[in-house]
Design a protein around this ligand. Structure first.
Ligand code: BMA
Length: 311
């Protein structure tokens, strides 16, 4: 299959040298469009290894990023004990009912990696809820609408025994989650996504259902390789899988993806629809931030009928 993701000629679009302070890495950004600008929430790893989340803004979504020097979600604050070691990998969802952006992120501490929730109206002031899912759980993304009277979240709990699948749960209030369903399972045996899978950016509603990009991992002699696939979830019952890509759609190939702090990682966390195209913001090699563009139709054409792990 010919590559369908086209990388920006400006890649990497953000590196540590663009930041107004010293740090080790900038990666895995949440991405949304706000009043004509593109806003990224950057995960910035400091020189000590701890990550906080910073706001960046650009008019064209590619160059001239204005980066706030103060963290939007800083780790290590006394009152947030489950974030002492890091706030990582933010995903952003607009919740119209509350006229706010909701941010799910990995809250990392001595207790493990859990899912934190915060909201904002301006990407300057964050209002934290605290944890919404206990450890070990990562890669959580909210859907922007209710299904009947319930919100939905995709997430990736670690089931133990090396089992790490994507689950979906429902909630009346965005805080208390239940009715879990295993939605997308790891691939089998030598498959590109056999070690674990995890959601990418928050799902996007298309005329065929919810498009979910996800990362899949395979180990080669113990070294983990992160690639990207896609699935389509039912419009009204998003715990039902409609289709899934039988093979990976995007993988590390460029020098900034195959080498860095963690080689061979492409890790999408932001997706913005622009006409017929999707702008995918991703972390490369856990070191820098990149952009690739893919046609929505091309992704949908790459999917094949699938009904999930248990049906
Ligand atoms: C995952 C997360 C991501 C990271 C990826 C690749 O488990 O920790 O933040 O980008 O591994 O190292």
């Amino acid at each position: 299959m010919k590559p369908i993701f086209k990388r920006s000629e400006f890649n990497p679009i953000l590196t540590v040298s663009d930041l107004p302070f010293h740090s080790e890495a900038v990666l895995n950004p949440g991405a949304v469009k706000v009043d004509g600008q593109i806003v990224l929430l950057l995960r910035v790893e400091d020189t000590n290894g701890f990550s906080s989340i910073y706001t960046a803004r650009s008019d064209n979504g590619v160059t001239n990023w204005q980066i706030d020097p103060i963290p939007f979600l800083g780790c290590g604050l006394k009152q947030w004990k489950y974030e002492q070691w890091g706030c990582e990998d933010p995903r952003i969802t607009w919740i119209q009912e509350d006229r706010s952006w909701y941010i799910t992120y990995t809250a990392y501490s001595h207790a493990g990696a859990a899912v934190g929730l915060a909201k904002t109206k301006d990407f300057v002031k964050a209002e934290r809820t605290g944890l919404i899912l206990p450890p070990n759980n990562k890669d959580a993304c909210l859907f922007p609408v209710k299904f009947k009277d319930r919100w939905a979240i995709v997430q990736r709990p670690n089931a133990g025994g090396g089992i790490e699948n994507i689950w979906l749960a429902y909630s009346p209030d965005l805080v208390h989650w239940g009715q879990p369903h295993c939605v997308l399972s790891e691939g089998r045996g030598p498959a590109w996504d056999a070690v674990r899978v995890g959601a990418g950016p928050p799902p996007l509603l298309t005329e065929h259902g919810w498009l979910l990009l996800y990362h899949g991992v395979k180990g080669y002699a113990g070294q983990m390789v992160y690639r990207v696939g896609a699935a389509l979830l039912d419009r009204d019952k998003p715990h039902k899988v409609v289709a899934r890509s039988p093979r990976c759609l995007f993988k590390a190939m460029e020098p900034y993806e195959v080498s860095g702090l963690v080689p061979n990682v492409v890790f999408p966390t932001g997706m913005i629809r622009r006409g017929d195209d999707l702008w995918i913001y991703y972390g490369a090699a856990d070191t820098c931030v990149c952009l690739a563009i893919v046609g929505l139709k091309q992704i949908l054409d790459a999917l094949e009928t699938d009904s999930g792990p248990f049906e």
